[in-house]
Design a protein around this ligand. Structure first.
Ligand SMILES: [Zn+2]
Length: 520
């Protein structure tokens, strides 16, 4: 997802979202969610049918599901298995169901979601319902295992007042007028997804079908008041979808709907139906890179997902760098450099206040992982990998990694294995220094010139050790600038080169290939 910068600090302060543990005892195979929405109040009625298996002998099925407290939260009406009532304990965030059988269970419940399904008015005062699950707020309205490592198939059966249209994860299978006032929409997918990206969106929409792009039906769903501007803005998805489909792999899902919504984020990469913040539509196409970020997530994050939150950069670093790659494709290398330089400034700024590594398992408030380490530093790591292995090997590795982990989960080590296999380069030091220690090289450059010899000293002032290639551009008064490069492996190294003229200046990293800070 992409942070909404105006809200980011406030949200971090107000709304911690706490870690829920992985549950290795159970594997959820499939969720079937039946939901009934109404306009009289914010109560939702649900029936979740869950197909699961135990990974070990067990007599309690433990799910994540927020219980009612102070009028908000979910109340269980009954839980059935093979027509028989099951006993359960439901309090706070946990629903424990007494059963040793692996037959599917059916949970009937109702309540007002405290969060997760946002029932509110949009900026035009119209009532809307939008799922907004990241990172683990799905269990505030759906009973499930709310961790990205337990992927499952999902279907949504949504009954809502007929004035609304419903978009949801999966392929649209049915629209039926139930009675004079309500309609049923059914969406389903046989693909395994993490719970963070399985949602519904229910609102009055203007919907534009843009036909098939790279064999995927593409559509734009915007508020009717924003129809003209929204259709214009979201049509940029055509070029983006085409680019990523060619470079990575075919699009993972059966449709791509770009949806204007009330998400708390700038954009949320829900699988096959991305939800963007309301003002992403302005008729000026200002959200092009936001679209690119969320569309890139469909491959990285939604399909090939991080195995645990500490590897979040496999989602956010990828989405950030693939946006940079799209920018390079669309506007040339100068745009790539501009974005990387901006990202580098963000990484350096963040490192001054927070001494944590990219792989960070210390966080209990997952919102804190939405930081420049996961996004911009993750992007820089991919950029430096690309420069290290070369473009051809980079894309080959990306394709290979994706093929191996699509609809599954990966760790940073899994990515390293793929890069090493394709390039034949040992990347132990690279992955260790960039992912498991904080900071970046802080470089001090000194040089002197005497008798046709230029002596250059490169000194690293930061605490941690880094090894990296560095390029220097020597600028001369009377001859063309030249670029030289060195491999830096020590905290202080001196190099000597012959040159007929004393440089008037030396630029560090002229091609924007290194994440570093310049000591002034
Ligand atoms: Zn993102």
């Amino acid at each position: 997802m992409k942070r909404n910068f105006s809200l980011f600090c406030l949200l971090n302060f107000l709304a911690p979202v706490l870690l829920l543990a992985q549950n290795p005892k159970v594997d959820i195979l499939e969720y079937e969610f039946h939901l009934k929405l109404n306009d009289e109040n914010d109560v939702i009625k649900g029936n979740a049918i869950i197909d699961f298996q135990y990974n070990e002998d067990a007599d309690v099925l433990e799910l994540d599901f927020a219980a009612e407290e102070n009028g908000k939260g979910m109340i269980i009406d009954s839980i059935l298995q093979n027509g028989k009532q099951l006993k359960f304990q439901h309090s706070q965030e946990k629903l424990n169901i007494n059963t040793s059988s692996e037959d599917e269970i059916s949970i009937f419940y109702h309540g007002i979601p405290e969060d997760g399904l946002i029932i509110s008015e949009n900026k035009y005062g119209d009532r809307t319902f939008f799922g907004d699950n990241w990172p683990n707020r799905a269990h505030l309205w759906l009973p499930l295992i709310d961790h990205p490592s337990d992927k499952a198939k999902v279907s949504f059966y949504v009954t809502a007042p007929s004035k609304y249209q419903v978009v949801a994860t999966g392929t649209l299978q049915e629209i039926t007028n139930i009675d004079d006032e309500n309609s049923l929409y059914v969406y389903a997918t046989p693909l395994e997804l993490p719970t963070k990206v399985m949602v519904i969106g229910v609102a009055e929409f203007a919907v534009q079908h843009l036909g098939e792009i790279a064999k995927i039906p593409l559509s734009s769903w915007v508020y009717p008041e924003n129809k003209e501007a929204g259709f214009y803005d979201y049509a940029q998805a055509e070029e983006i979808l085409q680019f990523f489909s060619e470079k990575i792999a075919p699009f993972p899902f059966t449709k791509l709907a770009n949806v204007q919504s009330t998400t708390r984020y700038g954009g949320m990469e829900n699988a096959g139906n991305i939800f963007y913040f309301e003002n992403s539509v302005d008729g000026k196409r200002s959200s092009e890179f936001l679209l690119a970020h969320e569309i890139a997530h469909q491959w990285f994050g939604d399909s090939a997902s991080e195995d645990d939150w500490s590897h979040l950069w496999l989602s956010e670093g990828f989405a950030t760098y693939f946006t940079d790659l799209y920018a390079e494709h669309q506007y040339g290398k100068s745009k790539l450099d501009e974005k990387l330089q901006q990202e580098r400034r963000q990484v350096i700024g963040f490192s001054q206040s927070t001494k944590t590594a990219v792989i960070d398992s210390s966080r209990t408030n997952l919102m804190e992982l939405l930081n420049p380490n996961s996004y911009q530093k993750g992007a820089w790591i991919l950029h430096m990998l690309r420069r290290k292995v070369g473009d051809e090997n980079f894309w080959k590795t990306i394709q290979q990694y994706y093929q191996k982990y699509k609809f599954s989960n990966a760790t940073s080590e899994d990515l390293k294995v793929e890069f090493e296999a394709v390039s034949g380069i040992n990347l132990n030091q690279f992955f260790k220094q960039w992912l498991t220690q904080y900071g970046q090289p802080k470089i001090k450059l000194e040089y002197s010139y005497k008798n046709g010899k230029l002596k250059i000293t490169v000194q690293q002032l930061q605490k941690n050790d880094f090894e990296f290639p560095i390029e220097l551009q020597l600028n001369y008064a009377t001859k063309d600038a030249e670029i030289i490069d060195f491999n830096i492996t020590k905290k202080k190294e001196t190099f000597e080169i012959e040159t007929s003229e004393k440089p008037i200046s030396i630029d560090l990293d002229p091609n924007t290939n290194l994440l570093f800070e310049e000591a002034l």
